[in-house]
Design a protein around this ligand. Structure first.
Ligand SMILES: [Zn+2]
Length: 270
């Protein structure tokens, strides 16, 4: 469809301009050490489970970005944009470039970027779980058509984008490569919010188990299952139920899950 094609090309060019306005262009295809890659989050597609999108990259694109448009008959505009991994989400706005955009700090030097949103879905500084909606796809800023401009940066340098551990291609146009999302699919767990600060997530439901993550403040989490373990006395509560958190891959005492029941309703046993 010629019109669609022209639209895509125009969007791509404007997207490049948007990137140029953002600041210094990083070298393309920056090398990343094996250790950094090994420590990278298991990034997932930035759009809902089961949706098929196509992606492209053009020579003037910055920071190894890829632009995504929907290719399964659904409408790109207005589709939820999802966090591709857990982290802290920050809102930004650049009228003549990226438009409304979100950056997510994942820890370990890793960040992802999502440009041209029509709306934000989380407050600035929100802790988000993988698969959490962070915005709505749009065409704000210097963009002539709805798409998600998506980037993965390590220590501020754009990396070749990897989804589920596999590197994506960098085609010069749409409809050469496709990616179907498995972000937030079944088995995603039940969403809850934690409370308290410095809450430790452990490898098992035992107080002596190693700490695998620490939740700095109220955090959106996905609880996969729960089981009984060591009894915890904290914050005026006593509870021996623990929840297994999907994104942190460990257990937290149910005391720190923001729900009045000691055993969470609707959550299976581990
Ligand atoms: Zn772009």
């Amino acid at each position: 469809m010629p019109l669609r094609r022209l639209w895509a090309v125009t969007a791509a060019v404007l997207c490049a301009l948007a990137g140029l306005l953002l600041g210094p262009v990083q070298p393309a295809g920056a090398a990343t050490s094996g250790a950094a890659l090994a420590a990278a989050p298991n990034f997932k597609a930035p759009y809902p489970c089961g949706q098929k999108w196509t992606y492209s990259h053009h020579s003037a694109e910055v920071r190894r970005a890829l632009d995504f448009v929907r290719a399964d008959g659904g409408t790109t505009n207005g589709t939820p944009v999802l966090a591709s991994a857990a982290g802290t989400a920050y809102r930004h706005f650049q009228a003549d470039g990226a438009g409304n955009y979100i950056s997510i700090e994942h820890g370990g030097g890793w960040r992802t970027y999502y440009f041209h949103l029509s709306a934000f879905s989380v407050p600035d500084g929100a802790q988000v779980a993988q698969g959490r909606q962070i915005g709505t796809t749009g065409s704000t800023g210097n963009s002539s058509g709805p798409h998600i401009h998506y980037e993965q940066l390590y220590n501020g340098v754009g990396q070749d984008i990897r989804i589920n551990g596999g590197a994506l291609a960098y085609p010069g146009g749409y409809h050469q490569y496709y990616l179907t999302s498995d972000n937030d699919c079944g088995g995603a767990g039940t969403p809850f919010t934690t409370w308290g600060s410095g809450v430790r997530v452990r490898a098992d439901a035992r107080l002596a188990s190693p700490v695998v993550a620490t939740l700095p403040g109220p955090t959106g989490v996905r609880v996969l299952c729960q089981k009984q373990g060591d009894t915890v006395n904290a914050e005026g509560y006593t509870n021996n139920w623990w929840s297994k958190l999907r994104d942190q891959n460990g257990f937290v005492s149910n005391i720190y899950i923001d729900h009045p029941a000691s055993q969470l309703p609707g959550v299976p046993l581990c």
